[in-house]
Design a protein around this ligand. Structure first.
Ligand SMILES: Cc1cc2nc3c(=O)[nH]c(=O)nc-3n(C[C@H](O)[C@H](O)[C@H](O)COP(=O)(O)OP(=O)(O)OC[C@H]3O[C@@H](n4cnc5c(N)ncnc54)[C@H](O)[C@@H]3O)c2cc1C
Length: 261
């Protein structure tokens, strides 16, 4: 085993993986490409988050990453975030869709949901996104792991009131689900807009944690006759399935036929 060469090979794998991400994941400054937001709440921000006692990765600190580019790339590649908050002393962690616009993450839901009620009352929240890149098989059970890229963002979310910002957030959600979809589907009507609450979490306190590479076994275990390595994981889009009630005369749009993940 030549650890130096293997680490290099895994680093290449990680970069290739990032390069395979769809166009929406590619960074151009801080904006997601392919869906250039027409609305921006951006102000001047530094290239990196300054880790503090709340956001500094403690265990395996070498895996902590605080630069915006890495953090935004992970946020743009993820489809689902988990929003953690406490309501009446009970913690809840709710999975939901989200989209990043500039230096904020937007998420939405029914105005009647506990998450929306709890969070819009100014509660502190913790938003996480996790991408799983590989199963790490070590020689010892103890050292089994995952290759991953994850983001934890802390702060207070604010309810979005301005109709234009609300519409831009909805557009960003739709375009994140599938680029070019927004212009094809019916736009939200007034009733739908009213029933949907949108929250904005400004990205001011955030960290990423990234594990890449082979298993890290105890020195003595490298001599064991146990297979060790990584099984890469990827989210892959399947072939589109037509809704039974979709008129056969309506062609499958190219953006759906050609969608890759
Ligand atoms: C798929 C996956 C599997 C994991 N499996 C394990 C496991 O089996 N055992 C284990 O101990 N840990 C595991 N982790 C790591 C885990 O997420 C924490 O990093 C770990 O519990 C150590 O946290 P801490 O004590 O360093 O920091 P904490 O004191 O818990 O957190 C301090 C701050 O560090 C930052 N931070 C901590 N973890 C992350 C993260 N993952 N991503 C971004 N920012 C972070 C946050 O800003 C947080 O507020 C896993 C992570 C992922 C994504």
């Amino acid at each position: 085993m030549k650890p130096g060469r293997d680490v290099l090979a895994f680093k290449r794998l990680f970069l290739t993986h990032a390069a395979l991400a769809p166009a929406t994941n590619q960074m151009s400054g801080h904006e997601p490409a392919g869906s250039a937001p027409r609305f921006s709440k951006r102000c001047t921000v530094s290239e990196s988050f300054t880790p503090n006692e709340r956001t500094r990765v403690v265990r395996e600190p070498q895996r902590g990453v605080y630069d915006r580019e890495t953090i935004y790339r992970i946020l743009d590649e993820g489809l689902v975030c988990h929003v953690g908050f406490a309501a009446n002393g009970q913690p809840f962690v709710i999975p939901t869709l989200y989209a990043r616009i500039g230096d904020a993450v937007y998420f939405h839901g029914s105005a009647a949901s506990r998450m929306l009620r709890g969070v819009s009352e100014g509660a502190n929240i913790c938003l996480t996104v996790t991408l799983t890149d590989g199963i790490v098989l070590a020689r010892s059970v103890f050292n089994h792991s995952m290759n991953y890229r994850s983001v934890v963002a802390l702060g207070k979310a604010a309810l979005v009131d301005a109709p234009q910002e609300k519409l831009e957030a909805l557009r960003a959600f739709t375009e994140k689900i599938l680029p070019k979809r927004w212009d094809d589907a019916r736009q939200p009507n007034e009733k739908e807009l009213k029933a949907t609450s949108i929250l904005r979490l400004p990205l001011t306190e955030a960290s990423a944690k990234v594990r890449v590479g082979p298993p890290e076994d105890d020195l003595a275990d490298y001599a064991l006759p146990v297979w060790a390595g990584v099984i890469p994981l990827r989210t892959v889009a399947g072939a589109p399935v037509r809704d039974e009630r979709c008129d056969l005369g309506i062609p499958l749009p190219a953006y759906a036929a050609e969608y890759r993940r």
